[in-house]
Design a protein around this ligand. Sequence first.
Ligand SMILES: Nc1nc2c(ncn2[C@@H]2O[C@H](COP(=O)(O)OP(=O)(O)OP(=O)(O)O)[C@@H](O)[C@H]2O)c(=O)[nH]1
Ligand SMILES: [Mg+2]
Length: 425
Amino acid sequence: MFESLKKKLSGTVGKISDKLADEIPEETEEKIEAKEEASKTVPSEDTSEIPSEESSLAEETEEKPSVDEKTAEPEEKPSKKSGLMGFLRGKSSSEEDETAGGDVESQVSSEAEPDTSGADSTSSEIIEEAEEKSGILSFVSHKTISEKDIDDILFELEMALLEGDVALEVAEKIVSSVKEDLVGRKIRRRSDVADFTKEALKNAISEILNVETPDINELLLNSRETGEPLKLMFVGINGTGKTTTIAKVATHFIEKGYTPVIAAADTFRAGAIEQITHHADKIGVKIIKHQKGADPAAVAFDAVAHARAKGKELVLVDTAGRMQTNTNLMDEMKKIKRVIKPDMIIFVGDALTGNDAVEQAQKFDDAVGVNGIILTKADADAKGGAALSIGYVIQKPILFLGLGQSYGDIMEFKPEWMVEQIFGE
Ligand SMILES: Nc1nc2c(ncn2[C@@H]2O[C@H](COP(=O)(O)OP(=O)(O)OP(=O)(O)O)[C@@H](O)[C@H]2O)c(=O)[nH]1
Ligand SMILES: [Mg+2]
């Protein structure tokens, strides 16, 4: 699942690493290692006043120092590092001067050696620093990532995401978020580049998938207490998997101890009532149905009345995916909504249709208001574009993924799970 998306993102990590790691001299890594080795040999009582390697590194890699630091007198700078004397050899980039103006090294550097390079704000260079720690003096270099370093690669990533059916606004958001994360970061070790890039991509994708999700389990508990059934209405165009999904969702909640009832409210398509009756019989769920061509809102209404009368907690309303026209279809959905006032309208989309699924979701959301999404056929979806984009575009959560044709092939969707699918080993 999502193999092609995974490949594109790991390709980006590789490309950025290859490009930037080459600019970190191997020598630097040796210096860092030697420095670490040397600090280990310092007796512990002598190091009590010295910041740990970790905290000193954290301090040095901080991207945006505070305004206080920026306005402080340069002469005071060295002492601000609590015993750690830092100075720069060589020039700092003008970007650092502007945006990271409080950076101890760059301020001292620009005092001592005015920047005459005229480098533009997108350029970066290797900066060599010397640090003294209780008598140990070592030189380490770092490179600050600039926009120029990564622009081309991120442009390629954006194109690749679009080809992979990721919605334009989502691809743009990923690229801008990664850029914001990476530009200005200081890299010391070659491995930093891959780590930072992967982290930036992971953050971008987690942010995109992070849409507020209602807790259906809690809603069902509430229904059990109040006796008022939870009404879920499933909408979507023909063939996306609404009917199969209803049978799967019913199975899922039967396993949790609830009793659903199904409304056969697709009275338009020939064979639709027989198809859902077949599923309901197989999973042992009561089905409420009328004749073909009957009013679907009336079928749904009867199913709700049945659930109330019999103390069933869940009503699942199947609907048509096609009518004479799209306007007829939307009008029919509006009527069912008006009559039964569903707690949630769930859009069912076929993951394999990519951007089409996203567009359909938008149309149903505009017409009747969607509260959640189920993406079917994720089992066969290598691109992952719809899964990544659909929730973000309509700002509604993906609730479940359909993973096959059996009743058990359904999974509650969790953003962390998708991130793990894409970035896991
Ligand atoms: N591989 C796979 N196939 C699925 C999944 N969900 C549904 N299908 C298949 O998709 C086809 C269409 O499913 P239906 O449930 O009939 O779709 P529908 O939305 O009700 O279609 P209409 O009633 O015409 O509107 C069937 O062959 C299903 O078996 C899934 O998660 N994975
Ligand atoms: Mg159907």
